[in-house]
Design a protein around this ligand. Structure first.
Ligand SMILES: C[S@@+](CC[C@H](N)C(=O)[O-])C[C@H]1O[C@@H](n2cnc3c(N)ncnc32)[C@H](O)[C@@H]1O
Length: 244
C-alpha cells in the first residue's frame, strides 16, 4: 500500500542516529499486542519511550488513553480534565536530537488539545488556559532531550523524571504528589521519600522544549531542593514547594 508518511529525514541521520521512523500501521499493530493493548487503555499504566523520535508511539498511546478517558471519565469537564491530565502524566520519552524532541512535545500537546476541545464542546463549556498550561507543564517534564544510553542530558547532568503519584482519586478529581528520580535511580530501583525534588538547575535544562512557554517562577528560581506537596493534578503548573 502507498503511504505519504515520511520515515526517513536524511541518509546522514539514518547512519548517524539510526533515525528511521516506524510507520503508523506498524505502531498500531505493536500496540495491539497482548498486554500492551490493555495497558494503553489503563489510566495508571506508565510508558517510557527511550528513543522517542517525534513521538510516533507516545502519540498513538496518548490517543488510546484519551479515547478511554473520553468514554469512561467524561461526565463533566472537571472529571475529563483531571483524568485526561493524569493519563498524560503517565507517558515519558527520551530523544537525543533537539528537533525530534521538540516535535514530540508539540505532537503530544496537539493531541491533548484536540481531545480537550472535544470534551469542552460536548459539555458546552469554555476552554481553560489553565488546563492547557498544566498539559504543557506535564509534557515538558516527561519528555526529555537526552541520551538514553549515557542517561545524561547534553550538558552532562543526569536525566531526571517526575513521578506523578496518584494520592487521592474520586469520580471528579485526582490529586498527585510529584517525586523526582534520575534515570540512574530508576534503574537502581531506588525508593525515595514522596515529594523529593532534585536541584532546580537540572529542571531548567529540561524545560527548554516549550521555548515559547512561560514557566513562571519555578524556572527563575534556583533555590536548592525542597519538597513537592500533594496538589490537584489541575494545579501542578502552579504548584509551590514547601520547606521540610
Ligand atoms: C529508529 S528512530 C525511532 C523513532 C521512533 N521511536 C519511531 O519508532 O518512530 C530512533 C530515534 O532514536 C533517537 N536516538 C538515537 N540514539 C539515541 C539515544 N542514545 N538516546 C535517545 N535517543 C536516541 C534518534 O534520534 C531517533 O529519533
Amino acid at each position: 500500500m502507498m503511504t505519504s508518511e515520511k520515515l526517513i529525514k536524511s541518509k546522514e541521520r539514518v547512519q548517524k542516529h539510526g533515525e528511521v521512523f516506524t510507520p503508523s500501521w506498524m505502531v498500531q499493530k505493536m500496540l495491539d499486542t497482548e498486554g500492551v493493548k490493555e495497558a494503553c487503555e489503563n489510566l495508571i499504566a506508565t510508558f517510557l519511550e527511550p528513543a522517542a523520535g517525534d513521538g510516533n508511539f507516545l502519540v498513538a498511546i496518548l490517543r488510546r488513553k484519551l479515547t478511554m478517558v473520553s468514554e469512561q471519565h467524561n461526565s463533566s469537564i472537571r472529571q475529563y480534565t483531571h483524568y485526561s491530565l493524569y493519563a498524560l502524566s503517565t507517558l515519558y520519552g527520551i530523544e537525543l536530537l533537539e528537533d525530534n524532541a521538540q516535535m514530540c512535545v508539540m505532537n503530544l500537546f496537539e493531541v491533548y488539545k484536540d481531545f480537550y476541545e472535544e470534551s469542552v464542546k460536548k459539555h458546552n463549556e469554555k476552554q481553560s488556559e489553565n488546563t492547557l498550561s498544566n498539559a504543557k507543564f506535564i509534557i515538558s517534564k516527561n519528555i526529555v532531550q537526552g541520551n538514553f544510553l549515557t542517561r545524561k542530558l547534553s550538558s552532562g547532568d543526569p536525566i531526571v523524571f517526575s513521578e506523578w503519584e496518584m494520592t487521592k482519586q474520586t469520580t471528579t478529581m485526582i490529586k498527585v504528589q510529584r517525586t523526582e528520580y534520575s534515570l540512574d535511580e530508576i534503574f537502581a530501583g531506588n525508593e525515595k521519600e514522596a515529594g523529593t525534588a532534585v536541584e532546580l538547575a537540572i529542571e531548567f535544562e529540561q524545560m527548554d522544549l516549550f521555548s515559547d512557554f512561560d514557566f513562571g517562577s519555578e524556572s527563575e528560581n534556583d533555590e536548592p531542593a525542597q519538597k513537592y506537596k500533594e496538589v490537584y493534578i489541575t494545579e501542578v503548573y502552579d504548584e509551590v514547594k514547601v520547606d521540610e
